[in-house]
Design a protein around this ligand. Structure first.
Ligand SMILES: [Zn+2]
Length: 472
């Protein structure tokens, strides 16, 4: 993500523990003792205690939504999941009103609809390791719902985008909404036949029925839920294959022709930028690429898997940033959101690396200039490896994160650092990374004790001393 706003405000109204009050929509008898087998209401991320859920591992999502441009969204999603513990009930994260829930294993009731925690209670507890298909049917106005103060639905007359971080799924499909649970995604969106839909991966088919059309996108690889997206509207679309990689580019037709053509010219650099990144950090983790420019301007761009979404003011460095996230963030995802500098620091660092490789200053020179231009003060007060949920996307997470990597390159040498980039993206491909894991790998490959280095750069709320040990 790259935001123009200084901060993304996250209003924290969190209820600690499992004491949230739920509306019950059922008075079915619950097997005695099954309440003690309730899956946790969160996956265990200290920043967002209700994100994700305990006891389930989602393997795939088949999303079937219909969007009316009046703002009404209806549909059903089938999740195929495996229980990781014996469960008397389990939660999904979702905000829209739910009308029905079906389990492939037998009867179930549900409660808590439209309060983020949709609790599903099978009549008989599910054994550990059970594969269950869960079908949830729903309808509502996504724009009328918020979570932690975020109102993430972005729509105008004629165009809509489901694009945000760290939360987006609960506005359009029920999810185990945390990067720890990646899954395959199939996205079917039905819209009036005058509109088009773009999403992750490849367009598998378009079915036209009467005055509507259903677009089916899939094959975007194992995906964190916030990286699934769709946009719907009228788009100029450009597809092809370059550098051995199929791409799909889309630009809103609501933009004036001059802006639209300029945006498409910019997006056409995508395959070349991906090829350059591949050369720097290792094989591209997915089988498709692309980019989307909409007329909606939420104030940020986002690294949606295989297909970043940009505002109209797209630039080459913005594209380098979001495309670098395909490795750092999308393939190698955060373990907990406290690790977000591993996404934003690497993506920002790759912007400076691009500049260095295209006639600009070296990352080392940029590091020294940035260091000298930033005296002791609030910039250094943030603990980069634990910024807190309110400051998740604050500038120091990006800038100091990128400076850390430029300094690490100085400290361990260009050759070892290049090897580190490639082995990091290979070892954690389609998985997760932590600050400790990066530090351990850098120590192993360099043969150096880097404790004090990582402490100074990402664990202490102060300006690192200007020493060679700190890469300065
Ligand atoms: Zn970013």
């Amino acid at each position: 993500m790259l935001t123009r706003l200084a901060t993304v405000l996250v209003a924290l109204g969190l209820v600690a523990g499992g004491s949230a009050v739920r509306q019950s929509t059922s008075n079915d008898a619950v097997a005695a003792g099954s309440s003690t087998l309730a899956g946790a209401m969160g996956i265990g991320d200290p920043y967002f205690p209700e994100d994700g859920n305990g006891g389930i591992d989602v393997r795939s999502y088949a999303i079937h939504d219909r969007y009316r441009f009046s703002g009404w969204l209806s549909g059903w999603t089938r999740l195929t999941l495996r229980t990781t513990e014996r469960l008397g009930s389990f939660d999904l994260d979702f905000l829209l009103p739910v009308s029905a829930v079906h389990l492939s294993t037998g009867p179930a009731t549900f409660s808590g609809t439209d309060h983020h925690e949709l609790r599903i209670q099978p009549r008989r507890p599910l054994a550990t390791g059970t594969t269950v298909r869960v079908t949830v049917q729903y309808a509502g106005h996504p724009s009328r719902h918020s979570y932690l103060g975020e109102s993430n639905w972005s729509a105008a007359e004629g165009e809509v985008e489901a694009v945000n971080e760290p939360h987006m799924a609960p506005w359009w499909f029920p999810a185990n909404d945390h990067p720890l649970d990646k899954a395959r995604m199939d996205v079917h969106i039905t819209v009036p036949s005058s509109k088009q839909v773009v999403s992750n991966g490849r367009l598998i088919d378009v079915r036209r029925h009467g005055r509507r059309a259903t677009y089916h996108w899939g094959g975007g690889g194992p995906m964190a839920t916030y990286l699934a997206f769709f946009v719907a509207g009228r788009f100029a679309i450009h597809q092809g294959t370059a550098h051995h990689l199929p791409y799909c580019l889309a630009v809103s037709r609501l933009l004036r022709p001059g802006l639209r053509h300029a945006a498409m010219r910019d997006l056409q650099q995508t395959p070349e930028i991906v090829a350059w990144l591949r050369h720097q950090v290792g094989p591209y983790p997915f089988s498709r690429t692309g980019g989307v420019v909409t007329s909606l301007d939420p104030g940020f761009s986002l690294e949606n898997q295989t297909r970043p979404v940009y505002p109209v003011a797209v630039s080459r460095l913005l594209m380098v940033h979001e495309l670098a996230h395909q490795w750092f963030g999308d393939s190698v995802s955060v373990h907990h959101w406290a690790d977000v500098w591993l996404n934003e620091g690497f993506a920002t660092y790759m912007e400076h690396r691009w500049t260095e490789g295209h006639g600009g200053p070296t990352t080392s020179r940029w590091l020294h200039e940035a260091y000298n231009a930033t005296p002791a003060g609030s910039f250094w007060d943030l603990v980069v490896a634990d910024p807190g949920p309110r400051d998740l996307f604050d500038w120091p997470v990006y800038q100091r994160g990128a400076m850390t990597l430029a300094a690490l390159r100085n400290r361990i040498g260009n050759h070892t650092f290049g090897h580190l980039l490639r082995s990091w993206t290979a070892l954690h491909r389609h998985g997760h990374g932590t600050t400790d894991a990066l530090e351990a790998l850098a120590e192993k490959q360099s043969g150096q004790d880097l404790t004090a280095f990582f402490d100074a750069w990402v664990r202490q709320p102060s300006r690192p001393a200007e020493t060679a040990a700190n890469g300065l």
